[in-house]
Design a protein around this ligand. Structure first.
Ligand SMILES: Nc1ncnc2c1ncn2[C@@H]1O[C@H](COP(=O)(O)OP(=O)(O)OP(=O)(O)O)[C@@H](O)[C@H]1O
Ligand SMILES: [Mg+2]
Length: 205
């Protein structure tokens, strides 16, 4: 169990899913970037042993790119202190323990979801795991539809989630620009969905 930080006034936004490859790291980075560009002090905690978010930062440093947030590991998170407005947390797939541990410390929980009936089935595992976590008072939960295409499956997703009662806070289209952004800033024309999610979740006005 990692008691991640102990600092007052830091708001914690986590990106969670039991399923792999749904866009947890991309959305974590996108949200950290938008908040950093809005002038907040942002740390992005990489709780995935695979270290994709860490890799993003290393790549940026190697390319001389300055990111408007810093990526940290669990040890640095434990010593976070004040001076950070937002802690965004990227989590690993297939790890219910880290998922629950992160969820119970989060003020805002974001679950990415890809188009497809199987994807909707799989997200129920995440919802069930979150249901067993004791959340902080006033915690907000939102779903982000990711990698939306111009097809019928993608078009049906908002309705399917509405029927399930899962609040969708943003739609992110499938775009090669997101893939190319690894280790870089996400281009401005691709960041509006992250801003939208943060407004829907009442993080940004
Ligand atoms: N909207 C999108 N359009 C195009 N490519 C995307 C999109 N979202 C994510 N990807 C790509 O899909 C792959 C998986 O995304 P990402 O690494 O963010 O998922 P993840 O949930 O963090 O995966 P893991 O569970 O392995 O940590 C990456 O190559 C990423 O660039
Ligand atoms: Mg990841």
């Amino acid at each position: 169990m990692v008691e991640v930080w102990d600092s007052e006034g830091v708001r914690i936004i986590s990106v969670l899913s039991r399923k792999g490859g749904v866009g947890k790291t991309l959305l974590s980075v996108g949200i950290a970037q938008v908040l950093g560009e809005a002038g907040f002090a942002v740390a992005l905690l990489d709780r995935d042993p695979e270290g994709s978010a860490m890799g993003w930062q290393h790549n940026a440093e190697a390319g001389g790119v300055t990111l408007p947030y810093r990526v940290i590991g669990p040890i640095q998170a434990a010593q976070l202190g004040s001076g950070v407005d937002f802690l965004v947390i990227d989590t690993p797939p297939n790890d219910t323990r880290i998922l629950r541990d992160t969820a119970r410390q989060s003020n805002v929980l974001i679950v990415p979801l890809l188009p497809g009936a199987g994807e909707v089935d799989r997200v129920q595992e995440t919802v069930a795991a979150l249901g067993e976590a004791e959340l902080v008072e006033g915690a907000k939960l939102g779903f982000i539809l990711n990698r939306l295409d111009n097809d019928n499956v993608s078009a049906s997703m908002p309705g399917v989630l509405e029927e399930l009662g899962y609040p969708v806070v943003a739609h992110v289209r499938k775009a090669v620009g997101y893939q190319r952004a690894f280790g870089n800033l996400i281009p401005r024309d691709l960041t509006p969905p992250f801003e939208q999610a943060l407004r829907e979740l009442e993080v940004l006005a």
